[in-house]
Design a protein around this ligand. Structure first.
Ligand code: UDP
Length: 255
């Protein structure tokens, strides 16, 4: 078999498999187009979106419920350079990135006042601040807000609240795993056309967490800032190291 030309991007619309998880080959622009079409389609049909990063891959290997939620997602994008690197190592190809923050910001910029957004997650008060800032900066409509610190026994109540809100877009930022499982399990009750697990994006909109500096994001090396320079995230380094080991072992196995 001839190896694919590493410089040629794979045809779009393609779905790859990376450590038993799907990965869609889509650019940011294509992601925004697809989510835009889903959000304003009639009848409303729920779709789940996962932005894949190395930590999620490591986590999925010990959490079957989480693995299932990602496998059943309607769209799985490469959140950062770690995923791009892994695909390059294992498949010899370049895949584009569509990071969660860029997706959410892009949707708000594109759709502004036409867009009803529900902010679910982060500590009490943070989602309210994020929503206010998004209204000020992009003129979106706020379908509702709810913090992300509630027991599983309350999942249904929160899902019904969101289901009644008429949101086009639900930002679920409750920590990796919890957010993807919540979106997937409750998708029919949530009844919003786009449900995206978005980690700390609500904090970034609220201004309570900094986005990695623009230069690191441009180079696709924001993990250097996140893990190396942000002390709060030093506990993440072992998972990233584990990911590198996983990729290397897989590469050896394929030889
Ligand atoms: N978070 C939440 N509920 C929880 C745990 C986390 O709402 O039970 C929020 C947290 O406040 C932050 C976001 O989820 O806004 C991402 O949290 P963290 O960076 O700890 O998780 P990661 O997604 O990186 O694992």
């Amino acid at each position: 078999m001839t190896r694919p030309d590493p410089t040629a991007p794979p045809p779009t619309g393609q779905r790859l498999t990376l450590f038993d998880l799907p990965l869609d080959v889509v650019t940011l622009e294509q992601t925004l187009d697809r989510l835009g079409a889903w959000m304003f389609a009639s009848p409303r049909t729920p779709h789940t979106v996962v932005t894949l990063n190395p930590e999620l891959i490591v986590q999925s290997r010990t959490q079957p419920e989480f693995l299932r939620a990602v496998r059943e997602a309607d769209l799985v994008t490469a959140d950062g350079v770690g995923i791009v690197w892994a695909v390059r190592q294992l498949d010899g190809r370049e895949v584009p990135r569509a990071p969660g923050y860029d997706i959410v910001k892009g949707l708000m910029e594109r759709h502004g006042a036409d867009l009803r957004v529900f902010f679910l997650g982060a500590k009490p008060g943070v989602a309210e601040q994020a929503a206010q800032n998004a209204v000020r900066d992009y003129g979106i409509q706020v379908a509702g807000v709810h913090h992300g610190y509630f027991d599983q026994a309350e999942d249904q109540r929160v899902a019904e609240l969101i289901g009644a809100s008429g949101a086009h877009l639900v930002l679920t930022g409750m920590g990796a795993g919890r957010q993807e499982i919540f979106n997937q399990y409750w998708r029919q009750v949530l009844n919003a056309p786009v449900l995206i697990g978005c980690g700390g994006v609500i904090d970034v909109f609220a201004g309570t967490a900094d986005l990695a500096p623009a230069w690191t994001r441009k180079l696709g090396v924001e993990f250097i800032w996140r893990v190396g320079l942000d002390r709060k995230r030093w506990n993440r380094a072992p998972r990233l190291a584990q990911f590198v080991r996983l990729v290397q072992a897989e590469k050896r196995r394929m030889r």
